[in-house]
Design a binder for this molecule. Structure first.
Ligand SMILES: NC(=O)C1=CN([C@@H]2O[C@H](COP(=O)(O)OP(=O)(O)OC[C@H]3O[C@@H](n4cnc5c(N)ncnc54)[C@H](O)[C@@H]3O)[C@@H](O)[C@H]2O)[C@@H](O)CC1
Ligand SMILES: [K+]
Length: 500
């Protein structure tokens, strides 16, 4: 699990590494520059002209290291130093002195120099204006430089952080729009929020050897999940296992015309390793579920077309409710009865979430540790609108606390919040998974894991990561455009295989 630290914590981490490794700050800067260049040389052809725009702080210092190293690898490099009110940092100055080919370095100290600076013949632009030291909105000359960079057609790469982006709070003003951000040592919170994708682009972490112990002891509530975290949670199968001890689940899903949701969730639950599944369906839909998910038993509702009669949860390890059930009054009443009789955590999705939003008194009936899996639209119905994605995250944390349960807010980097305020961001998955039924598959998977005895938070973490990983395997064969929800189910087995 990668910890996500604030800008202040990262500054302390840098300082601690310099003191304790020990390493001089200029050598640490060299290491950061080398890490950047090692990635760069593997991804950018040497025939490309590279423009590097540097501030006069340490981010700019990184830019100068990168310039010097790229020159040794025979890239055609042009450097622009943007001068503002801030003084040169010591390591910036040291690295400026190390550049032998001074004629490649241009200065931008005023609007006039900016207008005569031509970035247009650069194939690649590297932004080293501001990094984690940004403390306020970018204005004046620096803002004009960022705008000019954004206006070019060059492939844009940010060093550590796109200039103008605050890493741990909402940003205002002009921000560099990177196609790619190579960030040092740890992921940054802002990178995980949808509103910042336009600035951060795709991103990757490169390690620069910052102090591991300091990171381990740093306090944070934000984490990025890695494959090895999920591997560590997975339970092995036992030689003497039988279907009875691999979990019994009850899925309440589907209605007339929306049976696909039930089928996808049921099939995903079985592929995720469930022992026994009962799917509760309207009477007119019995044949559909029996034909499409033969591994599931069926429980038949009193109504032909939608959920009205609450099945018994006795002897059931986990219940999943919501996909495709609709919003009828009788469905609301049956759902309410289900909540009243449930003693164990439930997995609540889709229409069941909308019922909770439409009838907030139902929230009080949710068993503790229940898992809600809203998409942003459903989440908005639950908590109202948000001012920005940091605010959305706060609302998600507060809502988890309020219901004493786990909220899985779906999207790229799905966030999983637990009542103790911790947030786990997913690192698997791809845009191909933004397709009808993908959420139903996730519900089936999480319900399956919960029934198999995973703790609710673990069921959510494993379910979300495995779902994304299956999607990542599926996309290689199917492509982003053609991928459909059933493909995700088909790739659960190799995804499990990869994680074992
Ligand atoms: N400190 C270290 O040991 C290391 C730092 N590294 C690099 O250093 C960066 C952080 O460097 P700095 O702390 O020097 O800060 P930056 O280089 O991000 O910013 C430089 C300075 O600009 C000023 N400033 C902030 N916001 C401004 C604004 N809106 N308009 C005008 N001026 C503004 C501040 O005085 C700030 O210190 C990291 O992002 C990373 O790239 C790396 O070299 C790794 C090691
Ligand atoms: K930058």
């Amino acid at each position: 699990m990668l910890k996500i630290l604030t800008a202040e914590q990262i500054r302390a981490l840098d300082a601690h590494t310099i003191m304790n490794e020990p390493i001089t700050s200029v050598d640490l800067m060299e290491r950061a520059g080398q890490a950047f260049v090692s990635w760069f040389c593997r991804h950018v052809d040497v025939v490309q002209t590279v423009g590097i725009i540097c501030g006069t702080g340490n981010n700019g210092g990184d830019g100068l290291v990168i310039a010097r190293l790229l020159l040794t690898y025979n890239y055609k490099v042009k450097v622009w130093i943007v001068r503002g009110e801030s003084k040169e940092s010591t390591d910036f100055t040291a690295n400026l002195n190390r550049i032998a080919t001074k004629h490649l370095v241009n200065e931008i100290s005023n609007e006039q120099e900016l207008s005569s600076s031509d970035f247009t013949d650069c194939h690649v632009l590297i932004d080293a204006l501001f990094g984690t030291g940004l403390s306020r909105k970018v204005v004046g000359l620096q803002e004009a430089v960022i705008k000019k960079m954004n206006d070019t057609t060059a492939y844009k790469i940010a060093v550590d952080v796109p200039s103008g982006l605050q890493i741990d709070k909402p940003s205002i003003g002009t921000i560099f729009k990177a196609d790619f951000t190579l960030t040092f040592q740890l992921p940054k919170l802002a990178f995980l929020l949808p509103e910042n994708f336009q600035y951060v682009g795709n991103w990757q972490v490169v390690r620069i050897g910052l102090d591991k112990k300091f990171i381990e002891t740093s306090d944070t509530k934000h984490f990025l999940l890695e494959k090895k975290d999920v591997k560590a949670i997975l339970k092995p199968r036992n030689k003497f296992d039988h279907k009875g001890n691999n979990g019994k689940a009850l899925l309440i899903a589907g209605s007339y015309g929306k049976m696909g949701a039930a089928i996808l969730a049921a099939r995903a639950a079985m592929r995720t390793g469930l022992g026994l599944l009962t799917t509760h369906v309207p009477s007119a839909c019995l044949t559909i579920i029996q034909n499409s998910a033969p591994e599931s038993m069926a429980s038949v509702d009193g109504h032909e077309h939608y959920f009205t009669t609450t099945p018994s949860c006795e002897d059931i390890d986990a219940v999943g409710v919501g996909p495709g059930i609709g919003l009828h009054n009788e469905t609301k009443r049956a759902f309410e009865k289900l909540l009243q009789q449930s003693k164990k955590p439930l997995v609540v999705d889709a229409d069941a979430i909308t019922l909770l939003a439409n009838h907030p008194s139902l929230l009080l009936l949710l068993p503790p540790q229940s898992i809600l899996t809203p998409h942003p639209g459903e989440f908005r119905r639950l908590v109202g609108d948000w001012a920005n994605d940091f605010d959305r995250l706060e609302k998600q944390k507060n809502f988890s606390k309020q219901i004493g349960g786990i909220v899985v807010l779906k999207g790229a980097h799905t966030s999983i919040t637990s009542p103790n305020g911790k947030v786990y961001f997913n690192s698997s998955g791809n845009p191909g998974m933004a397709t009808a039924g993908s959420g139903d598959v996730l519900t089936g998977m999480i319900m399956s894991l919960l029934a198999q005895g995973y703790k609710p938070l673990d069921a959510a973490i494993v379910g979300v990561f495995l779902h994304g990983w299956a999607g990542d395997l599926a996309v290689r064969k199917m492509g982003e455009i053609s991928l459909i929800a059933s493909d995700i189910i088909d790739f659960i087995p190799p995804a499990y295989h990869d994680l074992r």
